[in-house]
Design a protein around this ligand. Structure first.
Ligand SMILES: O=C(O)c1ccc[n+]([C@@H]2O[C@H](COP(=O)([O-])O)[C@@H](O)[C@H]2O)c1
Ligand SMILES: Cc1cc2nc[nH]c2cc1C
Length: 351
């Protein structure tokens, strides 16, 4: 089956026990703010009052986009393969942050225009997975970016990558020149948000560039006017990395992993996945709110509150990696903080 079952994990009893445990800790009620919400969510996902995050996996999906030929990015498509090499060589932001935080890094070539050659993988070094559907998508401003079969293949690739991964947490990242356009198109089509609110500077277009980008995106929506269902929209407007991430999200949700979502593009994959299986959202933690303006609209649509708001607009999974220590802290306080009772602290308080 292409789309796995993702049942709701809502459990009123566990939820109440988690909240009682959080409230019993030696602190004024609610004083750990959003860290409490985060702890509650992780406890619900992992089905435990004492959750332990194990062997976290950072998955960075990369691909190229036919749409990029229309001047929708400040950088050329060649940067995609060059950055993938940089991820694998250990020099990119996500490489550094993954290393710093003990996140195993997997980089997937989902359809980079220039094939990333396989190589020997040293112990602990970033791992390359080749799951190329094609050498980049077709130009979505002239027709569908990919066929339904290609889209299904990419979704299945994402599922298979996650199936083979250890641990209980998946952090999402991506790389693909032109892919803020893909995220904007999916937000406009699936979220009904006006294109003007969906379109931003991406890697750094100026105002004239953003206006040009918007025209190209208008053409892409018009060229794919019939693609309205989630999988159709993903095929028509999407990229191979976004489709692979959609499969990864569905599989991780089905396996009840904690999913740490990065910026605008990885959230677009969550948007598609949530239209196929709404309960995926119960398993998601939104790491940050990107500087790309469409991301705020997307988060609102998904009822997602971001942990960080640092003006990041890099992608790669950098925001997810930066937020990771907060997830560790949330679990640590839930497991290790004393309760009023165990510490002999007076927990009575006025209304
Ligand atoms: O994650 C984000 O919110 C984000 C915002 C702006 C740009 N990016 C990254 O920049 C690339 C896409 O930008 P662009 O301008 O080529 O569409 C792609 O490689 C993304 O990882 C990522
Ligand atoms: C240099 C560079 C690094 C990136 N990382 C993710 N997207 C990127 C886009 C560019 C241009």
């Amino acid at each position: 089956m292409l789309i796995p079952e993702v049942p709701s994990i809502s459990d009123a009893q566990l939820s109440a026990r988690l909240q009682a445990r959080i409230d019993s800790k030696t602190k004024p009620l609610g004083a750990l703010g959003k860290l409490e919400v985060l702890a509650h969510r992780i406890g619900c996902i992992l089905g435990s009052e004492e959750p332990v995050l194990r062997e976290p996996q950072m998955l960075v999906c990369a691909a190229d986009h036919g749409l990029a030929a229309n001047g929708v990015s400040a950088y050329p498509s060649d940067v995609t393969w060059q950055m993938v090499e940089n991820f694998l060589a250990g020099g990119a932001a996500v490489s550094v942050l993954a290393r710093q935080n003990g996140l195993a890094l997997t980089v997937a070539d989902c359809g980079v225009a220039r094939e990333i050659p396989p190589r020997e993988q040293a112990q602990g070094a970033p791992r390359l997975v080749s799951c190329r559907v094609a050498a980049g998508t077709q130009d979505a401003s002239a027709g569908p970016a990919m066929s339904m079969a290609q889209c299904a293949q990419a979704v299945d690739n994402g599922r298979k990558i996650v199936q083979g991964m250890p641990g209980n947490a998946l952090l999402l990242g991506e790389m693909g020149i032109g892919n803020t356009s893909v995220a904007s198109l999916l937000l406009a089509r699936l979220g009904g948000v006006p294109l003007a609110d969906c379109t931003g500077a991406g890697t750094g277009l100026n105002a004239e560039g953003v206006a040009r980008k918007r025209k190209v995106l208008e053409a892409a929506l018009a060229a794919n006017a019939d693609a309205r269902e989630p999988m159709q929209a993903l095929a028509a407007l999407g990229g191979f990395e976004v489709a692979t991430l959609t499969g990864a999200v569905l599989q991780a949700a089905a396996e009840r992993r904690v999913i740490v979502v990065d910026g605008f593009i990885t959230t677009a994959a969550v948007l598609v996945a949530s239209r196929l299986q709404p309960a995926v959202l119960e398993r998601c933690v939104f790491a940050h709110r990107s500087g790309e303006p469409g991301h705020a609209h997307m988060l609102r649509l998904l009822n997602g509150e971001a942990l960080l708001d640092m003006g990041l607009r890099l992608g790669e999974g950098s925001g997810a990696a930066l937020a990771w220590p907060l997830l560790l802290s949330a679990c640590a306080f839930l497991r290790e903080m004393a309760s009023f009772e165990s510490a002999g602290v007076d927990g009575s308080h006025a209304a």
